[in-house]
Design a binder for this molecule. Structure first.
Ligand SMILES: Nc1ncnc2c1ncn2[C@@H]1O[C@H](COP(=O)(O)OP(=O)(O)OP(=O)(O)O)[C@@H](O)[C@H]1O
Ligand SMILES: [Mg+2]
Length: 174
């Protein structure tokens, strides 16, 4: 169930992990509109696959006939009068650029984004997760070094708290 924006973001990052990404870069900027960019260096898609995926009728998941993740976020974008852009290059990676009108009545709660992001740190297949949080001024939050040292629950909590605090600083209601 997709209850809040964090659930969607987590689901989309799962796509990157399934595509064998080593690095996921998540950018969140928040002003009149909310912009979320998820970029990965995974397997990417060739042009044919990308065009099928953009019609929301395609999955490489062997347990399903259609993919749900992108179509659900696309629905949310349409509902909240935002924008959806998916770019991908075979063997190079994929970038998803989303904007939302977060004041729209249908916009969900943000949810615990910090927790969702810190969950991703536990994936052994990921080398790096880069988080950029922007609000007019460019602001960067990079936990690469912490990540390389150890993956423990206390570090997960630390990451969660830090990210949520940085998001609160730019006005996100986490
Ligand atoms: N980051 C990505 N890198 C490479 N391919 C991707 C990426 N994101 C999506 N795809 C491709 O698009 C398809 C559709 O993605 P979508 O998230 O809609 O559904 P799914 O992941 O297959 O299934 P579900 O999300 O319902 O579990 C995927 O099966 C995959 O082939
Ligand atoms: Mg998916």
């Amino acid at each position: 169930m997709m209850n809040n924006l964090s659930d969607y973001i987590y689901d989309l990052c799962q796509n990157s992990i399934h595509a064998a990404a080593k690095t996921i870069t998540l950018t969140i900027s928040f002003s009149n509109v909310l912009m979320v960019i998820i970029q990965d260096d995974g397997s990417g898609m060739d042009e044919e696959t990308l065009s099928k995926v953009k019609k929301f009728e395609f999955t490489t998941n062997k347990h399903r006939n259609v993919g749900l993740g992108l179509s659900m976020i696309h629905d949310l974008v349409i509902q909240t009068e935002g924008s959806f852009e998916l770019k991908s290059k075979k063997d190079q990676g994929t970038t998803l650029i989303l904007t939302f009108n977060h004041n729209h009545i249908d916009f969900p709660k943000f949810g615990n984004i910090g927790s969702i992001i810190s969950d991703l740190y536990m994936y052994e297949s990921l080398d790096q997760l880069k988080i950029y949080i922007k609000n007019g001024q460019f602001y960067m939050f990079d936990l690469k070094q912490i990540l390389q040292k150890q993956k423990t629950l206390s570090i997960k909590k630390y990451i969660e708290e830090n990210i949520n605090q940085k998001l609160r600083n730019i006005g996100v209601d986490v």
